[in-house]
Write a protein that binds this ligand. Structure first.
Ligand code: NZQ
Ligand code: ZN
Length: 389
């Protein structure tokens, strides 16, 4: 196990009715807040009114900006920054999913930065300060409510780029599983794929002596595998929604990679897909991850065998461990298909005529490798896209 520093400072307020506390929590962060949200689901299902009431009851002054799209755009971030500067906003409240939270984080760092906020995402500048961000989470998926990341798409060239720094972690996250009852099945399953991917990015590691975090990863995966079919049948099953919601935060708040190095190639390979084709991130991962696994499993067959046996209950074939490893990958794919996710680019609706371009973008024209478990060059990335066709 590697040395590590684990810091997960986000205060989690979890359970039925938790959003009632949003006003008092925001009041601890500042006097004037930007209420930031997406395409309208929070208004449709009454959450907006409850949040506004709580802010008013707590005497918090607020302005608002809606319209965040999935795969959040730089142009709206810039609009939010202008708004915050003009109105002397001193904190941001994200009400929504990963897209709203990531857009909020970008506005929070951009408002108090002299240059252009894209500098942080292009690697030109590093973040030193942020306005405080609070969250009311409506979809378990990206894990942004407690992660150190923000992912933004620049429409100029359709570059989707992430930023990782502890400075942008949310101060609080309000998580009421009841808020997820209204999720369309497709968003539920895309969220599930993203959660599974966040765990697998950490699971496939070269770091030795990590059995404790292996076991935490396996428990998190099994929780998603067991509970997603339950909520697809009964969207208002509070118990199952609660399991998924808490697992999604744990999957991406840093605990599961304490003392180990994760891979992250599949996320980078997927981001090129959702940047160009605007597909849901989770759906893209359901396509990319199994292809990545088939491409790299020989690097450490034992680890893939452990994944197959412990997570998917595959019987160990001692004479042919590779068969056991491949059966684990097959069961993952079969699970994705069974719950309704695409597992090929074709099923995702992505044509195969821009694979070279995506491989170029992902590797910066073959000038950098992707991933840690196996380092992938441009040709490897292209081969993975081809395997996913
Ligand atoms: O926009 P509205 O109308 O609110 O509808 C949203 C949106 O269309 C809808 N939705 C959310 N909660 C709902 C709901 N509909 C009904 N009832 C509810 N309770 O769901 C749709 C998707 O929302 P979005 O925020 O895009 O989903 P998600 O949480 O999956 O976020 C995806 C974004 O997060 C990034 C992804 O790349 C993508 O851009 N990621 C961020 C990470 C991070 N910051 O740590 C890590 C991830 O790996 C990921 O890259
Ligand atoms: Zn993800």
């Amino acid at each position: 196990m590697d040395n590590f520093v684990f810091q997960s400072p986000t205060k989690i307020i979890f359970g039925r009715g938790a959003e009632k506390h949003v006003g008092e929590e925001v009041k601890l962060l500042g006097k004037k807040v930007l209420l930031h949200y997406g395409g309208g689901s929070i208004k449709k299902f009454g959450l907006y009114d409850r949040v506004v009431k709580s802010l008013n009851d707590a005497g918090v002054d607020f302005i608002e900006l809606g319209g965040v799209k999935p795969n959040p755009r730089l142009s709206l971030v810039r609009e939010g920054i202008d708004l915050c500067r003009k109105n002397n906003v001193d904190c941001i409240l994200a009400v929504g999913g990963g897209s709203v939270i990531d857009s909020s984080k970008a506005i929070a760092i951009g408002t108090i930065y002299d240059g252009d906020v894209w500098d942080f995402y292009s690697g030109k500048s590093s973040v030193e300060r942020s306005l405080p961000v609070g969250v009311v989470l409506t979809i378990p998926a990206a894990g942004s409510e407690a992660s150190n990341s923000s992912v933004i798409t620049n429409e100029d060239g359709w570059y989707k780029r992430g930023l990782n720094t502890d400075v942008i972690r949310a101060k609080f996250a309000i998580m009421n599983p009841e808020l997820t009852f209204t999720l369309p099945p497709y968003q539920t399953i895309c969220g599930a794929a993203d959660i599974i991917a966040h765990v697998m990015e950490r699971y496939f590691t070269n770091t030795k002596d990590v059995d404790f975090t292996d076991r935490l990863c396996e428990a998190t995966l099994k929780t998603i595998i067991d509970n997603v079919p339950i909520v697809l049948k009964n969207p208002e099953d509070y118990g199952a929604r609660a399991q998924i919601m808490w697992a999604s935060t744990i999957a991406h708040n840093g605990l599961l990679n304490s003392g180990r190095v994760g891979d992250w190639a599949s996320h980078g390979i997927e981001h090129e897909l959702s940047a160009i084709y605007d597909v849901a991130h989770g759906a893209g991962l359901a396509v990319v991850f199994p292809a990545w696994m088939k491409y790299v499993y020989k690097h450490d067959v034992d680890r893939f065998v452990q994944f197959a046996v412990r997570v998917w209950n595959v019987d160990m074939d001692f004479e042919h461990p590779e068969c056991t490893a491949l059966e684990g990958i097959r069961r993952l794919e079969e699970f994705f298909s069974r719950i309704g996710l695409p597992v090929t680019l074709k099923e995702l609706g992505v044509p195969d005529d821009r694979l070279e371009e995506m491989a170029d973008k992902a590797t910066n024209n073959d000038s950098k490798t992707m991933g840690n478990f196996v380092k992938l060059n441009r040709e490897d990335v292209l081969n993975i896209y081809k395997l996913a066709r």
